[in-house]
Design a protein. Structure first.
Length: 759
């Protein structure tokens, strides 16, 4: 064993050395000290937001080494990120010295790799096995699907990869996928494809990221002697962020802890927000059932936020039923109530927040001490546009700025080629996107022609079509692409730029590519593409819009340190700021309607935990806002305030909506917790109808954009429809997805089917 350091000798009874240093216990509050000193047996530490859990974990490691006859390598400490592991190693070394390096400390996946490198032959691999990245994984799946005759346009490889990843998160091998665990992907063929995929991985001496845990679990389940080896070795196990564990991680921990039962899991059931990627909040909720005699310790003293912020967060999360329960408190100041504000629409909301930021900046606050946390990534665009116009510096955390996102840059490349045919970089980006059968050989042929004739790629492509320099499918694909560009350029100065981008999205096949994609991120891609339509609608011409984007990108190059942080709520976990803004608290957006439709009450409780996480990021001030009307993916929607606003305790909030109209409206219309929770109630339906009649220029929140894929036969000639910009009309002619519509007020217009709705 790796016995390189000796931290002190113990007597035969296992008593500690007299030289032990306990200074790390100084300053711990009663709950923290109890968590540090409860060394033996199963322990669950419910650590609320801002309660000092990292200090508890590190002090506990030191205390084990001081009081128990245990070597550092007999302790297993598991974290969720490499950053957290490095921080814990560094801070532990500061307390106990260089022997900290001997603690087996790392992420679940790094520990999985460590186990598999030692026992690879038992799972059919050599020790020098390769770990595939996402691109390699998709490439292999595409090969398999091609060989098996699976239509990859209807069943995208990313969807299969996501399905296999979910099975691995649940600890399911290919031979265990059946019944309730099966998938409808490719008409039920996913399990068979999974088996082929695993066989192919083994043949290549490779595994993917999910295998690092699944193979480790299989190693223990099928080799009792190997399991016993590690059960004996790890006398103490510590786990951080236990609420984020998936089933495979949970099963691994249970197996390892069976011998000594000295397992301490630290987590917060109220901050379990990653169910969409496999985390099971049930793991922490059933800890006492899994480990009989477990001790549960609550860390409730918060060192981050004011009492008003904690009161608002605690009052909100108390509405969740699936929780173990705790109440945060602080010995710090009361602070200011959480500010609630209702605005007319999304741009007004962004402007209000920008003005509040400027007010705080004038009072001496740095921009880096402020953050805006949104529920959906498309919400960032209103803020980015507003900040640019007001000269407020910002950074996007955990993601790209709107115009930097891959799908947006792809469509911008189409628009650049329409506007400027000689833009080779843009043409090269999209000439085979979506895939048209124009590979690298075709591109090189166009380059050679361009160099010989002194032409840009786009003009070389046109010449290649005219002279028939390509044959078969590449010729047809290139001919169709160049014809589309000719059509779009002809329309460029005749129709508004938002109609042009609608046509490009649909006719190029680019939007359909993401519509067919079944991967988890595809929905976000589609949301962002739809958000591009209203973004360009604000400009009179395509050239004006592209010039604006160039200015935005140039502004993005400023890397100054004092910037407002802009991110999604999921990205904000573990962060803290003096001032937090939480926009978009509206029904359908937050809680998110898609999540509710898919998972019901379970999703609602996770959405509420997400709201709790958002509020508890704030140290001094917290602002929550909602808009009565919001343009989502090009469609104006009338919005009701989120039920979460109704659940915030009034003792800890202050509503500064104009003339209090939002609170008074809710009261006069008879809103109650019951009506909020039952969106089908007749009373709420009546209210929605009243709101819709009062705001006829907007689409009701119950009306959502309809993807072409969800329509059986599209719209028939004579059908009455609604368009966000042109209003109501009837279809007079159609050509596939292209509709000619006689609008009641705007006259006859040509629009794409995907951007209208049945009226």
């Amino acid at each position: 064993m790796e016995d390189r350091f000796d931290i002190g000798s113990f007597d035969e009874a296992g008593n500690r050395p007299a030289t032990a240093d306990f200074t790390y216990l100084e300053g711990l509050n009663s709950g923290q000290r109890e968590a540090v000193e409860a060394l033996d047996g199963p322990v669950l530490v419910l650590a609320g937001a801002g309660t000092g859990k990292t200090r508890v974990l590190i002090s506990r490691l030191a205390h084990i080494l001081n009081l128990r006859n245990v070597k550092p390598w007999e302790i297993l400490a598991v974290t969720f990120t490499n950053k957290a592991a490095a921080e814990m190693q560094e801070r532990t070394a500061h307390i106990i010295g260089p022997q900290a390096i001997e603690i087996k400390l790392g992420t679940f996946h790094s520990i999985g790799v460590w186990l598999l490198r030692r026992h690879a032959e038992l799972i059919g691999l050599d020790r020098n096995f390769t770990i595939l990245d996402t691109d390699d994984q998709l490439r292999l799946l595409k090969q398999i699907m091609t060989e098996e005759g699976i239509d990859q346009k209807r069943w995208p490889p990313r969807g299969l990869a996501a399905t296999i990843d979910r099975w691995k998160d649940k600890g399911l091998r290919a031979d265990q996928v059946q019944g309730a665990n099966s998938s409808e992907f490719a008409h039920g063929k996913a399990a068979a494809l999974y088996a082929i995929y695993q066989e192919r991985l083994a043949a290549q001496n490779a595994c993917d990221f999910g295998d690092l845990l699944l193979h480790a679990l299989t190693l223990f389940q099928k080799n009792s002697d190997i399991l016993a080896l590690y059960q004996n070795r790890f006398k103490y196990i510590l786990v951080d962020e236990y609420q984020d564990t998936n089933v495979a991680q949970y099963l691994l921990l249970r197996l390892l802890a069976q011998k000594h039962r000295n397992i301490c899991c630290v987590g917060d059931d109220d901050q379990s927000i990653y169910g969409w990627r496999g985390a099971e909040v049930g793991n922490i909720l059933k800890f006492e059932d899994d480990f009989s005699g477990a001790k549960v310790i609550r860390l409730e003293q918060n060192y981050r936020s004011t009492s008003h912020i904690l009161g608002a967060a605690s009052g909100l999360i108390a509405h969740n039923e699936g929780r173990l329960g705790k109440t945060l408190f602080t010995e710090g100041n009361e602070g200011d109530p959480v500010i609630l504000n209702g605005l007319w629409d999304g741009p007004n909301e962004a402007r209000w927040i920008a003005e509040e930021i400027e007010n705080h900046e004038r009072k001496g606050k740095s921009l880096k001490d402020m953050a805006i946390l949104v529920r959906a990534s498309f919400q960032t665009r209103d803020f980015e546009e507003c900040f640019l116009s007001m000269g407020i510096k910002y950074r996007v955390i955990g993601g790209l700025r709107f115009y930097e996102r891959r799908e947006i840059r792809d469509v911008l490349a189409y628009l650049r080629v329409i506007n400027q045919p000689d833009d080779d970089l843009a043409f090269e980006r999209i000439y085979n996107l979506p895939k048209r059968g124009l590979g690298t050989k075709a591109l090189e042929k166009l380059r050679e022609l361009g160099r010989a004739e002194n032409l840009s790629l786009s003009r070389a492509a046109k010449m290649a079509v005219e002279k028939g320099l390509f044959k078969g499918k590449p010729l047809t694909a290139l001919k169709d692409l160049m014809a589309s560009f000719d059509d779009w350029r002809a329309q460029k100065d005749l129709i508004p730029p938002d109609e042009l981008v609608e046509a490009v999205l649909e006719e190029s096949g680019y939007f359909d590519m993401w519509r067919q994609d079944k991967s988890p991120e595809a929905e976000g891609k589609r949301e962002n593409l739809k958000e591009l339509v209203p973004a360009i609608a604000e400009y009179e011409s395509l050239g004006q819009f592209l010039e604006h984007v160039s200015l935005v990108m140039e502004n993005n190059a400023d890397k100054g340190s004092d910037m407002v942080s802009l991110m999604t709520l999921h990205s904000a976990k573990g962060l803290e700021y003096d001032i937090i803004f939480l926009p978009g608290w509206e029904e359908g957006l937050f809680p998110h309607q898609r999540a509710l439709d898919e998972n019901g009450l379970k999703a609602l409780e996770e959405e509420r935990r997400l709201a709790y996480v958002g509020i508890t990021r704030a140290k001094e001030r917290c602002y929550i806002s909602h808009a009565s009307n919001r343009r989502i993916h090009g469609q104006w929607q009338s919005s009701l305030p989120s039920r979460f606003i109704d659940e915030l305790p009034s003792d800890h909030t202050k509503d500064q909506s104009e003339q209090g109209i939002y609170n008074s409206t809710r009261q006069s219309e008879g809103f109650s917790h019951t009506s909020w929770r039952n969106p089908e109630s007749s009373h709420l339906a009546e209210i929605l109808g009243k709101r819709a009649r009062a705001n006829q220029q907007f689409v009701d929140n119950s009306t959502k954009p309809v993807d072409k894929a969800s329509k059986s036969d599209g719209f028939a000639i004579g059908s009455r429809i609604f368009h966000q910009k042109f209003g109501y009309g009837r279809i007079v002619r159609k050509d596939g997805p292209k509709l000619e519509i006689a609008f009641e007020k705007a006259g006859v217009k040509k629009v794409m089917e995907n951007f209208v709705q049945a009226a």
